[in-house]
Design a protein. Structure first.
Length: 103
């Protein structure tokens, strides 16, 4: 499934605490766009459906729709310093022709 690095997990937990949504799971979504690459989205899930896939990575509860699951198979979410002082989440995904996407 998806792996969340310790650095990304730390940032996700800090963001959840800051937004007072510690009890919400992280929803990750992916969809193919016209050029064949994958577009990503993340946010805290205030609603779950019975079809949602649920799992935990690095202490972060994650949910995703079945339609995103295949696109995210074996993906890694990391939180890295892109440039000095600028940190971003990145998706390293073997299913994405662009392979590394910043979010």
């Amino acid at each position: 499934m998806i792996t969340i690095t310790p650095s990304a997990a730390e940032q996700i937990k800090a963001s959840a605490k800051q937004q007072d949504v510690d009890d919400m799971a992280l929803r990750i979504a992916a969809k193919k766009i016209e050029d064949g690459s994958i577009e990503y989205a993340m946010g805290f899930a205030d609603q779950l459906t019975t079809d949602d896939l649920k799992f935990t990575s690095e202490g972060v509860e994650v949910v995703l729709a079945p339609s995103s699951a295949l696109l995210l198979k074996d993906a890694v979410i990391d939180y890295v310093e892109i440039e000095p002082g600028q940190h971003n989440f990145i998706f390293s995904n073997p299913n994405d022709p662009q392979h590394n996407s910043q979010e």
